[in-house]
Design a protein around this ligand. Structure first.
Ligand SMILES: Cc1cc2nc3c(=O)[nH]c(=O)nc-3n(C[C@H](O)[C@H](O)[C@H](O)COP(=O)(O)OP(=O)(O)OC[C@H]3O[C@@H](n4cnc5c(N)ncnc54)[C@H](O)[C@@H]3O)c2cc1C
Length: 486
């Protein structure tokens, strides 16, 4: 009898979605699982990088979710290395620190009475005269908060993140990120939030999260260790998927460039991997452009129109034990380029070599990879970061004793005005491949956090298992599932 569930799955990407799918497949099926990852480490955007014994995420990654399934998963893997934090974050705008979530007294103090009156007026105005055709981020937020508060608390930061004006950003992004939230709710929770448990607060203002002692990436290293403890699984690092061969609506194989191979001399041959199922978290644009044969021209054009926002993190060691109590600070101020400052000491003192002497700060700068900013030399970027830290009054430039720069080209899938049309064309085409499963953040071109990226992976595995079970039943009614438990 044919053993139908003894199949092979290839997973592209060892980020949160890829690793979640790998472990779930191993727990719930008898499949062989191979994960192909182009980076030197696992974790994807959620990895943690060490520099001179100080540890930095790619922007601090806090663990927070509304999903019980994800919570149970996290607790099981973390085995206690998952410390609860009460979030402390602020917004820096107009030379004032505003607590975030907003607190009325603090807002009034920071904005002055006239600005407050203007904000209230513009909020009342929009209640009576809302924008009828909501097409952009600006329209959506203005309808929830009024135009004045939109300008103060959303416009500059959002434009720093995306590099495009708020009226050219799709309303989908606001609806996904701040859905169910409005000024009335912000004020309500500011006054009465303490009477609600963190579970019952909207995610936007939920202030309880978890974090491992030595960085978000260590969690994903643990998942990877569980995956590779199975004789049925392997994770191959530094394997860049560059060719995806298909025939008659099925993916046949993927081929990788081995990035460990010497780059001089004869061309390095591609390594070909065949499988029954392919689960992809690589950016959709890359996936389309690596298909062999290539898809029809309109699909290629649609994929090329999908955009990604890059991120430069400038990671500094400051020669002071205390800089501020914030987990992170959103920098809305227009006069500096930085977007956010993460203070790794406040996530865990194990993130820094000597907490009695040093603070590890991670400054985020958003940019497109074809902008001159992307190509600035590291020493210039470190000087800029020092200058801007002093400018906002947080740290004197001379207190910074060292720094390191990381570049992440595809940090954010961009939701510009036309992205949906392009995305639908790409997804429509890819849905014709029955053994290709898309998941994760760039893998679906969705602005997902770790938990939602994981849920998309769990969903893919659920569907694969159901399909496999129905296949097995139709082939052999007596056959029992032989799921291998890890
Ligand atoms: C600055 C920043 C801060 C964030 N903060 C938080 C937070 O606080 N909390 C939270 O929950 N989420 C946060 N996120 C989101 C979180 O990082 C993502 O949701 C999560 O990493 C998505 O997981 P993924 O597996 O889908 O994708 P990724 O993490 O992007 O992983 C994809 C993997 O695929 C690999 N890959 C890509 N192309 C190829 C190829 N051709 N061949 C082989 N491998 C390939 C990549 O190297 C990568 O390892 C943040 C993101 C950013 C950018």
């Amino acid at each position: 009898m044919k053993v139908l569930d003894k199949k092979k799955a290839i997973i592209i990407g060892a980020g949160p979605a890829g690793l979640t799918a790998a472990l779930e497949l191993l727990k719930r099926s008898n499949m062989d699982v191979t994960v192909l990852e182009r980076d030197t480490v696992v974790g994807g955007l959620a990895k943690t990088v060490e520099y001179k014994k100080c540890r930095y995420d790619i922007g601090p990654h806090h663990f927070i979710t509304e999903s019980e399934r994800v919570t149970a998963w996290w607790q099981e893997i973390a085995e206690g290395d998952f410390f609860q934090h009460k979030r402390y974050t602020r917004i820096y705008y107009n030379r004032h620190f505003f607590n975030y979530p907003l607190e009325p007294v603090n807002v009034i103090r920071g904005l002055n009475v006239i600005e407050c009156a203007r904000s209230i007026f513009s909020y009342v105005w929009v209640r009576f005269f809302p924008i009828k055709e909501v097409s952009s981020f600006e329209d959506w937020v203005t309808n929830q908060f009024g135009h004045r508060l939109f300008s103060i608390f959303f416009k500059t930061y959002t434009e720093k993140v995306w590099g495009i004006p708020c009226n050219e950003i799709s309303a989908d992004w606001a609806a996904q990120r701040i859905k169910g939230f409005s000024l009335s709710k912000a004020i309500f929770y500011a006054f009465f939030g303490r009477f609600f448990s963190s579970k019952n607060k909207p995610r936007t203002i939920n202030d309880i999260f978890h974090y491992p002692a030595r960085g978000a990436g260590t969690f994903w290293e643990k998942v990877a260790a569980r995956v590779t403890s199975s004789p049925q699984a392997a994770i191959h690092l530094q394997q860049n998927v560059t060719r995806i061969e298909h025939d008659r609506h099925r993916i046949i194989s993927v081929s990788t460039h081995d990035l460990t191979a010497p780059s001089v001399g004869a061309a390095v041959p591609l390594i070909r991997h065949e499988a029954d199922d392919f689960l992809s978290t690589m950016p959709l644009q890359q996936l389309i452009l690596n298909l062999d044969p290539l898809p029809p021209k309109p699909i290629i054009k649609a994929a090329q129109a999908l955009r990604y926002r890059g991120l430069i993190t400038i990671n500094l060691i400051v020669g002071r034990p205390h800089v501020s109590a914030d987990h992170w600070i959103y920098v809305h101020e227009k006069t500096v380029r930085m977007g956010r400052i993460g203070n790794m000491n406040n996530f865990s003192l194990k993130m820094v070599d000597d907490p009695a002497k040093h603070t590890a700060l991670s400054l985020e700068y958003f940019t497109y990879v074809d902008e001159p900013f992307w190509f600035k030399p590291d020493y210039e970027l470190i000087e800029l970061a020092k200058y801007e830290l002093e400018k906002i009054g947080l740290v004197r430039a001379t207190a910074v004793i060292d720094g390191m720069v990381l570049r992440t080209p595809e940090a954010y899938p961009v939701y510009d005005a036309n992205y949906k049309e392009h995305l639908n064309a790409v997804l429509g085409y890819l849905s014709t491949f029955k053994n290709l499963h898309l998941m994760g953040r760039n893998g679906m071109h969705r602005y997902n956090n770790m938990d939602v990226a994981m849920l998309s992976a769990l969903d893919v595995v659920d569907r694969m298992i159901i399909e496999q079970q129905s296949h097995n039943i139709s082939e052999s009614p007596q056959k029992q599932s032989s799921a291998a438990r890890l």
